[in-house]
Design a protein around this ligand. Structure first.
Ligand SMILES: *Cc1c(COP(=O)(O)O)cnc(C)c1O
Length: 433
């Protein structure tokens, strides 16, 4: 990246301005040299499939044992946004309801649960308790729990990854330890403790919480650390979303092609969830899906890593940004070690949003569609505003001449909210600003 452009972006970031950044390093997907194989996603999907009967028996609320969320159109919200922000949103506006994902109540159910299942399967196979041909409902048998009780699973989290890893690990019989950063909400800690998970509170940011977990876990062969900064398993668990979404669009008879593409908007913290989902979508739809991330103006770690080219070698605090945001799921100062490098060639752009907008979207969505999301999850609505009004975005649309803007399917990825306690929901909804 050109030094001048970088300085300009850095200055805007430091001022806390909202930014629309279009990624000029994106290339045709056919020319993209992927670090993963399609078979890696196949393996992840097949593994989730092997666990269907177990999940269904252990968590009866999970329909058919498939941890998946609905896709729905939100035309009332579209009308309300047009009016409030003086826009003309063209095309169809939809929401992917990962806020409803069972067990974890957030997008973290995809990656987190997958990684725990993979680890449990590995231990069970090594100890001759199961083969991949068996019915995995057997994972509920006492001898599995007995084996897993010798092991501890640890993770560092601002909240939602902890909920996903903690609740799943505890259900399978592991000892679960979650290292929480000071951004973590009280109710998330309580929910974990109520589920038999040990919560260690750190008075430090996310990066340090992850570091504590990693250190505590190292050199102990009975301890497994889920590493949000590095994990390929989390990534592949998230990536299965691509083929699941394809099937949903197919069932709804929504066509995706060059003229009628998908525009997908995903809130970004460390990058694992949006990165994995984007990768999964790209392998299904190639150039017919355009993916955008959104980060808080106070924690734009992925944007900083990508525009500087330094990725995990720079954090927002290095340029004087606090990393503090009401969007606890996005309160990350340093991006993943490997996601940004993958996104360099496939991400279309990245936007930032101020905290006060999050509550605004939260209320608007609740009042029009009766959908409640946690603040982090509403961030993606900023992308809709930008795509329809920002000059850099209009230029992006113009460059893709074959797109018929009236036929774009916009998908806002709602990443969390299901388990937010009623009294906190009320606080968010009453907080008028
Ligand atoms: C974790 C999280 C994200 C972002 O995922 P990363 O893997 O950290 O980028 C977005 N929204 C919510 C609600 C989250 O909990």
């Amino acid at each position: 990246m050109n030094k001048k452009i970088y300085s300009k972006i850095e200055e805007s970031l430091q001022k806390g301005e909202e930014i629309c950044w279009i990624n000029d390093k994106k290339i045709d997907f056919s020319a993209y040299d992927s670090p993963f194989e399609t078979s890696d996603i196949d393996n992840a999907e097949n593994r989730l499939h092997r666990f269907l009967s177990y999940i269904q028996a252990e968590f009866p609320e999970v329909k058919d044992g498939i941890i998946e969320s609905p896709l729905q159109e939100i035309s009332q919200m579209k009308n309300a946004m047009n009016e409030k922000y003086n826009l003309i949103i063209k095309g169809r506006l939809m929401i992917k309801r990962d806020d409803l994902l069972p067990i974890a109540g957030s997008v973290k159910a995809r990656g987190g649960i997958y990684e725990i299942l993979k680890y449990a399967e590995k231990l069970a196979i090594e100890n001759n308790l199961i083969t991949p041909e068996d019915d995995y409902i057997r994972f509920r048998e006492p001898k599995f729990k007995e084996l897993f009780s010798k092991y501890t699973v640890q993770v560092g989290s601002t909240g939602n990854l902890g909920l996903s890893i903690g609740i799943m690990s505890a259900a399978m019989g592991f000892n679960a330890v979650v290292h929480m950063s000071d951004d973590a909400k009280e109710w998330k800690k309580k929910r974990l403790r109520d589920n038999g998970v040990k919560v260690i509170e750190h008075t430090c940011n996310y990066e340090k919480a992850v570091d504590s977990g990693r250190k505590e876990s190292a050199n102990d062969k009975y301890s497994y650390f889920v590493d949000d900064e590095r994990s390929k398993d989390l990534f592949l668990g998230y990536s299965v979303a691509g083929r699941r979404l394809k099937k949903q669009l197919c069932d709804m008879k929504i066509q995706v092609n060059e003229k009628s593409p998908l525009f997908v908007y995903i809130p970004c913290g460390i990058g694992g969830a949006p990165g994995g989902i984007t990768y999964g979508l790209k392998t299904e739809f190639g150039d017919n899906v355009h993916c955008f991330f959104v980060e808080p103006t106070n924690a734009p770690c992925m944007l900083l890593g990508m525009v500087s080219g330094l990725h995990d070698k720079i954090c927002v605090q290095d340029i004087g940004i606090s990393g503090k945001t009401e969007a606890d799921g996005l309160a990350v100062g340093r991006p993943s070690m490997f996601i940004g490098k993958i996104m360099d060639n496939i991400l279309s752009g990245l936007f930032t949003v101020k905290d006060n907008k999050l509550v605004e979207y939260l209320k608007l969505l609740y009042n029009t569609e009766n959908i409640y999301l946690e603040p982090s999850a509403t961030a993606a609505f900023k992308c809709i505003e930008d795509i329809m009004s920002n000059i850099a975005c209009l230029d992006y649309l113009n460059k893709h001449k074959n797109i018929d803007v009236n036929n774009i399917t916009h998908i806002v990825w709602a990443t969390g909210g299901k388990f937010v306690p009623e009294e906190i929901k009320k606080q968010h909804l009453n907080n008028m600003n």
